[in-house]
Design a protein around this ligand. Sequence first.
Ligand SMILES: CC(C)(COP(=O)(O)OP(=O)(O)OC[C@H]1O[C@@H](n2cnc3c(N)ncnc32)[C@H](O)[C@@H]1OP(=O)(O)O)[C@@H](O)C(=O)NCCC(=O)NCCS
Length: 171
Amino acid sequence: MELKGTGFTIRGWKKGDEVSLQKHANNPKVSACLMDRFPSPYTLEAAMYWVDNLLDQDPLINFAITIDDEVIGGIGMEPRQDVYRKTAILGYWLSEELWGKGIMPEAVKLVTNYAFTQLDLIRLQASVYNKNPASMRVLEKAGYQKEGVMRNAVIKNGIIMDEHLYAILKQ
Ligand SMILES: CC(C)(COP(=O)(O)OP(=O)(O)OC[C@H]1O[C@@H](n2cnc3c(N)ncnc32)[C@H](O)[C@@H]1OP(=O)(O)O)[C@@H](O)C(=O)NCCC(=O)NCCS
């Protein structure tokens, strides 16, 4: 499965992605607005662990963003459970070298469309820390709406921040 963007491709993870994943993910400016489970520093071992765990994913919910088959970012969904099972949480990151070119808004739109056409989901949501206005713009440009602000919900690198909740519905 491939989703074609303007100058980039979204596809499942595969063997051989590890080196470029580690190269672009190993950046404290990338990890600063992500959950602590995104490693920092991002080692080659972490990249191997990530790729190995996603080789046979079915259905596909975690994707590499690539240019000329080199990983330059990632985007994925985490399905919620129980009564929330028709919702998934969206997350994404992009190599700093490529920020500001409109790649992620298009990637979010493509994956959102995939989620609502290929998966049994009716809602996607994303959490953005207050010091990340670029990511809020990404979601707004992709059609997501801000639903609220969870005050002091996050601690990252020792700093307490608000969590801005964005969502989009299938209909
Ligand atoms: C957030 C991120 C995905 C943005 O991707 P991108 O492809 O560079 O997004 P865009 O090209 O749309 O550029 C960002 C937008 O935010 C705006 N922006 C950037 N910094 C801003 C700031 N400090 N204040 C307000 N707007 C800002 C840009 O002007 C642009 O909007 P515009 O097109 O309306 O001018 C990327 O910076 C990234 O991977 N960051 C690290 C990981 C991360 O934060 N992931 C998201 C976690 S919720």
